[in-house]
Design a protein around this ligand. Structure first.
Ligand SMILES: [Zn+2]
Length: 456
């Protein structure tokens, strides 16, 4: 088992000199793709724009961009191009995880190559200590291998303090200053966290929008409906969501005010008494305001179903986490609590996500890696699987991890689909992802911005 996973997670830069694709230096792999074209020939291109797939396609990559995509009869392979024979394979856009914590301890980050090995070519880091800005920069210049990063910097939250990678603000003024500091440091979006009070959240969102940045909100002390009405762009998690739909919302609010974990549990169990009509009010507001939703099904599913010691050992063996992450996971695995109500609540969570989708809502993939059992990359595939399992069509689950996630982050002109002019972010897979979403895990090669990685 271990051996197989290691094979999967160890992707090597393709560096054959004859191909001339990349020439990694000994210490740094900062090599730019050579100008010589790369042609991927014979695969089926999966179209996430809802038109139609292209069987027996030719994709031409020049530098970091896609130059042309089309049927073999229409797209000419340039002379001297390096050719990847991909007959029988499928091409999907590089995947995007909109909820990660890559450098949350500031130093002991999980090797970013793990994302690439799973076909994740872009991530949004939704809360890490300030070294995350440097991690983003080092990947961007090719000093480190990893997915393209957008970052929020440390999360903005209120009292009580829950995580080292969050900053506590107590007034709207402090919230605005926290946003400004992140803008100055190079943040791409602003992450608001569970303990942020309503007035402070509204100020943070307003300030972010004034500075031209979008917001992603993990709600709690301010519930999801309040955050949506305040104008947040992305809602993440299934906590905070049922809070306004229960008979006594203030009781849950006070749980969030007392402690992070207590708030998480109270809010998770609130699904058991949430009024569907009130939840529909939230859905309508989200849809009409074009709020993207990342339910992070994977972590909620984990909490309900995977807390037994065997599951913990399995997750740890499969993903080989660094010591600090392992310590966190062990801590949670050792806290025994009755999972039965969480399993019941899970059904209501699934129904909500399906109702949101059916009402025209836009789902995106976000996983909360490296929170409990969320291994970089693997968790994104799990998130798409869980979307499909609750009744979202397979193509829509794939869109959630590609073009819809790109739209949520405002990078849809650069990535998210396999189209001429976009960055060459492509995953070559061995089987049809539309026949079975689990096939996205059968990765042959990963291409990020024209650089090819393959299994070693
Ligand atoms: Zn998170």
């Amino acid at each position: 088992m271990r051996k197989l996973i290691l094979l999967l997670v160890t992707l090597a830069l393709v560096s054959t000199t004859s191909a001339g694709l990349v020439k990694p230096a000994k210490k740094s792999a900062a090599a730019k793709p050579a100008p010589r074209a790369l042609a991927i020939v014979g695969a089926t291109v999966v179209d996430v724009n809802g038109k139609s797939n292209i069987p027996d396609a030719v994709v031409i990559i020049e530098g970091d961009k896609i130059k042309a995509v089309g049927p073999r009869a229409k797209v000419r392979v340039p002379r001297g191009a390096e050719v990847i024979d991909a007959r029988g394979k499928y091409l999907i856009p590089g995947l995007i995880d909109t909820h990660t914590h890559s450098a949350y301890d500031g130093k002991d980050s999980w090797p970013s190559t793990r994302f690439l090995a799973s076909g994740i070519t872009t991530v949004l880091d939704t809360g890490s200590l300030p070294p995350v800005y440097d991690l983003k920069r080092r990947i961007a210049i090719g000093e480190l291998q990893g997915p393209r990063m957008l970052v929020c910097g440390p999360m903005i939250s209120g009292e009580p303090v829950a995580f080292p990678m969050s900053e506590t603000v107590k007034t709207p003024d402090e919230a605005r200053r926290a946003v400004d500091a992140r803008v100055a440091a190079g943040a791409d979006l602003i992450k608001t966290h569970a303990q942020l009070a309503p007035d402070d959240l509204r100020a943070a969102i307003d300030e972010a929008h004034k500075k031209g940045l979008r917001t992603i909100s993990h709600t709690g002390k301010t519930n999801a409906l309040e955050a949506v009405l305040a104008g947040t762009n992305i809602l993440t998690h299934l906590v905070g969501v049922p809070d306004a739909a229960v008979p006594d919302p203030e009781k849950i609010r006070s749980a969030h005010t007392t402690a992070f974990l207590g708030g998480w549990i109270a809010s998770s169990l609130a699904w058991l008494q949430a009024d569907p009509a009130k939840l529909d009010v939230l859905i309508r507001e989200m849809v009409s305001r074009h709020v993207f939703y990342s339910p992070t099904l994977s972590i909620h599913h984990t909490i309900a179903f995977a807390r037994d010691p065997d599951a913990f050992r399995e997750a740890a063996a499969a993903s080989n986490p660094p010591p600090l992450v392992l310590k966190d996971w062990e801590g949670l695995a050792k806290q025994p609590f009755d999972t039965a109500p969480f399993k019941k609540a899970w059904i209501n969570m699934q129904q909500f996500v399906k109702r949101f989708y059916d009402a025209g809502g836009v789902l995106i993939v976000g996983t909360d890696t490296a929170a409990v059992y969320q291994a970089p990359g693997l968790s994104a595939h799990e998130e798409m699987r869980l979307m499909a399992e609750l009744g979202v069509p397979t193509i829509e689950a794939l869109k959630a991890g590609t073009i819809n996630a790109a739209r949520a982050l405002g990078i849809e002109r650069e990535t998210g689909s396999i189209e001429a002019g976009k960055l060459a972010d492509i995953v070559i897979i061995d089987a049809d992802p539309l026949a079975d979403i689990n096939n996205t895990r059968k990765i042959a090669r990963v291409i990020k911005a024209g650089i090819v990685y393959e299994k070693r």
